[in-house]
Design a protein around this ligand. Sequence first.
Ligand code: GDP
Ligand code: MG
Length: 216
Amino acid sequence: MHIVQPGMEIDVLKENSKVANENYRLLKEHKIRSVDFMGSIGAGKTALIIKLAEKLRAKGVRVCAIAGDVTGVDDYSRFEKSGLKAFNCNTGHECHLDANLVRKSLREIDLDQYDVVLIENVGNLVCPADFPLGTDYRVVVISTTEGDDMVRKHHDIFLHSDIAILNKMDICDAVGVDPEVIADDYRKLTGGLKEIYKCSVKKDEGLDEIIKALNL
Ligand SMILES: Nc1nc2c(ncn2[C@@H]2O[C@H](COP(=O)(O)OP(=O)(O)O)[C@@H](O)[C@H]2O)c(=O)[nH]1
Ligand SMILES: [Mg+2]
């Protein structure tokens, strides 16, 4: 039985924030740029990271990935198979990575060997929002296959992210989704200040703009 005591939730978030700051400092000491990719299951996070890493490696950037999943080695294996050095990070039961789990993964990595660490969070549009990991950027990835209401239904994760990406633009028509509805919702949510990045990992469209936005 779980007994949740008053104030406990706050303490968990405070502790996470402290460790996230330590992660950030550690990454900066090693001059590493880092990104946390959040988003639903199937949005295309693994595919996107693989493609971004390919492009970065072609420019001579040394990249590795942390594969965050509840269990198993599926994404870790996909990264490794693509030629991207990866570190597996299973949460066991939790629906999100936290700064402590990432700290453990960072201890496995020879940080002097890399310029960029790309972290795939557990597929979920709710829980990861509350748990910054200490990365330079937090990104939320959604796809056209999720329908046109994701921004309206999940304000928190969009507000907690630095940039938002709408993937699978190649199949908008097939799934009957108007990407402009999503783009408009995001514009409204961010007070007209930000645009969602549209891309198709499959067609390799819109990815250079994302690399630029993330200073990679
Ligand atoms: N049509 C299309 N499919 C994509 C695209 N990006 C990813 N996928 C497919 O969507 C599925 C889920 O992708 P995955 O990277 O595993 O999503 P994740 O769960 O967010 O990591 C896979 O079958 C991918 O091949 C895209 O831009 N267009
Ligand atoms: Mg994945």
